[in-house]
Design a binder for this molecule. Sequence first.
Ligand code: KG4
Ligand code: ZN
Length: 339
Amino acid sequence: PDGLRVLGIESSCDETGVALVETRGEQVPKLLAQALHSQIAMHRNYGGVVPELASRDHIRRVLPLTEQVLQQAGCRLAAVDVIAYTKGPGLAGALLVGAGVACALAAALDKPVLGVHHLEGHLLSPFLSADPPQFPFVALLVSGGHTQLMRVDGVGRYALLGETIDDAAGEAFDKSAKLLGLPYPGGPVLAQLAEGGDPQAFALPRPLLRGGNLDFSFAGLKTAVWTQAQRLGPQLERHKADLAASTQAAIVDVLVRKSLLALQQTGLQRLVVAGGVGANQMLRRQLNAACGDAGIRVHYPELALCTDNGAMIALAAAMRLQAGLQPPTKDWSFDVKPR
Ligand code: KG4
Ligand code: ZN
């Protein structure tokens, strides 16, 4: 379908995102407008996301953001063809806000709705970059809740190659940051501190690297960081940047080595990185270096589209429609899948 306008609503965690895309035949759908509100400042005082506060804030933000997007795109609400929302995974209450608003709007306008898997949004987000990938590719999906390697042969054609058996990569960043006394959200703060530290100052574990295994495990890293912090005691402050740098190096090292292994095992020549940790500059530098040597192209989403946003949800919905995978329905009795 050409010229189909898809409104996407993301509300799975601590960002309210809304965006409008338009399909263009076989080409990647065009992003017409997007708006985002981050709740980071609100949750910072609590050291993490407070689910109830997240839900309430999504309620406050979602309609104003929708109006903003439509205005920016010069599009009337009635001219939207399909309304998409994040169906999961995420916080149940937060997901219900996006799903409820999407289905209520759709019912009022007599338009179809489409629930999107949050990770598929992340996975397809690099298609909105200036240098979009081509299928097939290996995807490294690294967010706050998930760490997966996938073989991707097309929209909806995903084969899991490996995933974390405990903590996600983003979780490893966030939990280590907390142990270092850094404010929420830990990942980017730890990464920034790490830029001024020595990544080899502390030896930290890099588990599951043997035997061609493509699974990940980051729970032991957290324990090792805790042990180092305890050992340092009052000296921690002086060695904080070094410990941050060593932690980041351990996470990045494993992600890079497993990605290369997945490329080797599949024989594919293209890597796509997506999810919040994909914003990490050390990860990008090391992947670019390692893949450059091996003649492999690496694709990333625009920096602003690495973390949660509405554009990736609208895009994933539009690409699924283009691929004829998921007919949108006028069944507005929504449900969400937190897990
Ligand atoms: O994809 P995302 O926005 O939300 C989930 O779906 O989980 O990812 C958020 C995660 C958090 O763990 C955050 O700390 C991490 O991505 N993150 C980073 C960076 N920016 C965000 N981790 C390391 N370095 C960064 N620059
Ligand atoms: Zn996400």
